[in-house]
Design a protein around this ligand. Structure first.
Ligand code: NAD
Length: 294
């Protein structure tokens, strides 16, 4: 049993913390929202009065927060108060620059740290099947891996500090672009009088095959589990896809990479969000492409 501080008990953090409790760990949790603390308590998390209280006595500190500014502000508060030798794991999706700053704050206080963003959404968080993309030293990763296991289907060590966040935004840039590509093909098929099922049957076993088609099909019918079958209820909200595409574009500009399709995908998701699609699933972009937002 390990004592783990878990800060940020929202849609993702709460089910992740619940899986750590199920695995037999003592989890000390904190969130700013009282309703989230109530849910955490029901899952067996020991709720603490603030983040500093949560890290007291914890060998591992996990954060699952909205964005880079939240992670850096929490790290500035808790790193000076953490136990000697503690390991900090940030699983939030944040910009690479902030991730590297978070590693620097931890290092300044003699702490090990890993950036370990996830893929798999709230379904994967509940089932304990998230993919973790980790960045940090070999020593930090070796210590993080067994702690991540009860929450994970797969854990990949991507490289040094920041490499996990880099992998996450590259993956989600592929996802945003491929979803738009698949959605455009279905809209064209509709105009050409081709049925959804016929396009699916051909493309899913041809060179158009991809995850956005075969696991997350943006039209109802061919893939019963996809959000299209429940009126585009997320799933993975279009607002979060826009956040990740913006992060990929910031990173591309900073690194001097040319990503024209990533830039176009970010623009299309920005328009979809502006027309009210932000809280629907990101596959709902097909309705925007048909000319109606949601
Ligand atoms: P969320 O908004 O539901 O949860 C974030 C939580 O952080 C909130 O409960 C908020 O109250 C809390 N918080 C903010 N500042 C805090 C502070 N100073 N101290 C303590 N708690 C604080 O968001 P989420 O959906 O759980 O996502 C969390 C992170 O995971 C984000 O970076 C998101 O991009 C990423 N992510 C989300 C999904 C998804 O499907 N929801 C999938 C992969 C990655």
């Amino acid at each position: 049993m390990t004592t783990i501080a878990f800060i940020g008990l929202g849609n993702m953090g709460n089910p992740m913390a619940a899986n750590l409790v199920k695995a037999g760990h003592e989890v000390h949790g904190f969130d700013l929202v009282p309703e989230n603390l109530t849910i955490a308590r029901e899952h067996g998390v020991t709720v603490m009065a603030n983040a500093v209280a949560a890290v007291k006595g914890a060998e591992i500190v996990i954060t699952m927060l909205p964005a880079g500014k939240h992670v850096l502000s929490v790290y500035e508060d808790i790193a000076p108060k953490a136990e000697k030798g503690a390991l900090f794991i940030d699983s939030s999706t944040i910009d690479v620059d902030s991730a590297r700053k978070a590693h620097a704050i931890a290092a300044k206080h003699g702490l090990l740290s890993v950036d370990a963003p996830v893929s798999g959404g709230t379904g994967g968080a509940t089932a304990g099947t998230l993919t973790f993309m980790a960045g940090g030293s070999a020593e930090a990763f070796a210590k993080a891996e067994p702690v991540l296991k009860p929450m994970a289907g797969r854990i990949v060590h991507c490289g040094d500090g920041g490499a996990g966040q880099a992998a996450k935004i590259c993956n989600n840039m592929i996802l945003g672009i491929s979803m738009i590509g698949v959605a455009e093909a279905f809209v064209l098929a509709e105009k050409l009088g081709l049925s959804h099922q016929a396009l699916f049957d051909v493309a899913s076993t041809s060179s158009g095959q991809c995850w956005s088609l075969t696991s997350y099909c943006p039209v109802p019918g061919p893939v019963p589990a996809s959000p299209a079958n429940r009126d585009y209820k997320p799933g993975f909200a279009a607002a979060l896809m826009l956040k990740d595409l913006k992060l990929s574009q910031e990173a591309a500009q900073g690194a001097g990479a040319v990503t024209p399709l990533g830039a176009e995908a970010a623009q299309l998701y920005a328009l979809f969000n502006a027309q009210g699609g932000g809280s629907t699933d990101f596959s709902g972009i097909i309705n925007f492409l048909r000319g109606k937002a949601s």
